[in-house]
Write a protein that binds this ligand. Structure first.
Ligand SMILES: *Cc1c(COP(=O)(O)O)cnc(C)c1O
Length: 365
């Protein structure tokens, strides 16, 4: 069966009803990103044929030979977004600003010298796959995590840009990841850096994660949950927290977040919070934030709340910063009112339970 919209046909080779698995429920344990749904979408590109017809097929492994360049040179990019079920009307399914993910996916591929996936193809693929496995979307505060990825298909271990690519999308039911009721602990890394200006930190590329794992391990040994990364030039300015952007709430109610420096990932959640604050005429500054100033402001109580923001946890309160053996507790060490308010507001836009003043929701039919 094929479905066509915006001129893009999707070939569907679906499981029979009797072959489909029972989606987990809210009471089940669901570690983030570990349970795939019944189907995935695959779409291959070659210079000769261009982008082939995308196919929705049963979820299953890819087969690659050991000299496939995907195993050797790190040309790989991905995206992360979610589908939400409306708490008031559970048959209503929404995506949140998927065009922003499509655009960033395109840019990430360009940064990594890959053939980018056309915006319309990305959007249509995501919509069709989510519609196919819609019964896997957990009710609020759960959702369905969507993971598009782009990998090379070429073989042979000579170093070069690949010519053929695979665009694939997989899905996974997601619960609410409010990691800990008290908030997360964040370790300030003073030596190693995640990304440099002029590098590939603005791409959502697997290599950026691979390069960060050793420091994450160190942070965990010290009792922290995430790494706070400093800029790659002076190791002085705050950049990101783990795989999230970061925001600081001051005692006058204003918010500051690091300005996009060339080595910070442009988060859709970050951008949406900036636009939401602007919409409410509340002050939010995008400025360079020196870590020593941040730590002394936390200590003096001028910074009252800190949170990470990203698709997976939406807004993740920070309990404490750990730096050079010292612990800087943020506020009372519990999630603050501004953090919780912004989280609730963004979630109500995402899942359709609240107004959508800036037109960010897309309904899936
Ligand atoms: C994905 C990601 C973010 C958050 O981006 P969202 O679009 O808000 O999910 C922040 N930092 C890094 C390094 C990321 O990979």
């Amino acid at each position: 069966m094929t479905a066509s919209a915006a001129g893009i046909a999707v070939l569907k080779k679906l499981l029979k009803d009797s072959e489909r698995r029972q989606p987990p429920g809210v009471k089940d344990e669901i570690p983030f990103g570990r349970i795939p749904t019944d189907h995935m979408l695959v779409c291959d590109y070659s210079p000769k044929e261009g982008w082939r017809t995308p196919e929705i097929v049963p979820y299953g492994p890819f087969t690659f030979s050991p000299d496939a360049v995907v195993f050797h040179y790190g040309q790989q990019v991905f995206e992360g977004l979610k589908a939400y079920r409306c708490p008031h009307n559970p048959s209503d399914i929404f995506l949140f600003r998927p065009e922003e993910n499509a655009r960033r996916f395109f840019q990430s591929a360009e940064i990594m010298g890959m053939v980018p996936v056309p915006i319309e193809l990305f959007l249509h693929a995501v919509r069709e796959l989510v519609a196919t496995d819609r019964n896997w979307i957990l009710p609020h505060p759960g959702s369905l995590y969507i993971r598009p990825m782009l990998i090379p298909l070429d073989t042979g271990v000579s170093y070069r840009a690949a010519e053929s690519y695979r665009f694939a999308v997989i899905l996974s039911p997601a619960k609410a990841y409010f990691s800990k009721a008290t908030g997360v602990n964040v370790y300030v890394e003073r030596t190693r850096v995640r990304a440099v200006r002029g590098g590939v930190g603005e791409a959502k590329a697997g290599g950026n994660y691979g390069g960060s794992v050793a420091v994450l391990n160190k942070a965990k040994q010290l009792g922290a949950d995430h790494v706070l990364w400093l800029d790659g030039v002076e190791r002085r300015f705050v950049e990101e927290v783990g795989a999230m952007n970061v925001m600081f709430v001051y005692d006058d109610g204003s918010i500051a977040t690091p300005q996009l420096s060339g080595s910070i990932l442009h988060g859709v959640t970050r951008q949406s919070l900036v636009e939401l604050m602007d919409h409410h005429n509340k002050p939010i500054r995008q400025v360079p934030l020196p870590i020593d100033q941040v730590l002394s402001d936390v200590k003096a109580g001028r910074i009252k709340e800190v949170f990470g923001c990203g698709t997976a946890a939406v807004v993740s309160p920070v309990r404490a910063l750990l730096d050079q053996g010292e612990e800087y507790i943020v506020g009372q060490g519990t999630p603050g009112p501004v953090t919780l308010q912004l989280k609730a507001e963004l979630e109500s836009v995402q899942n359709g339970s609240g107004p959508d003043p800036l037109g960010w929701r897309t309904k899936i039919s």
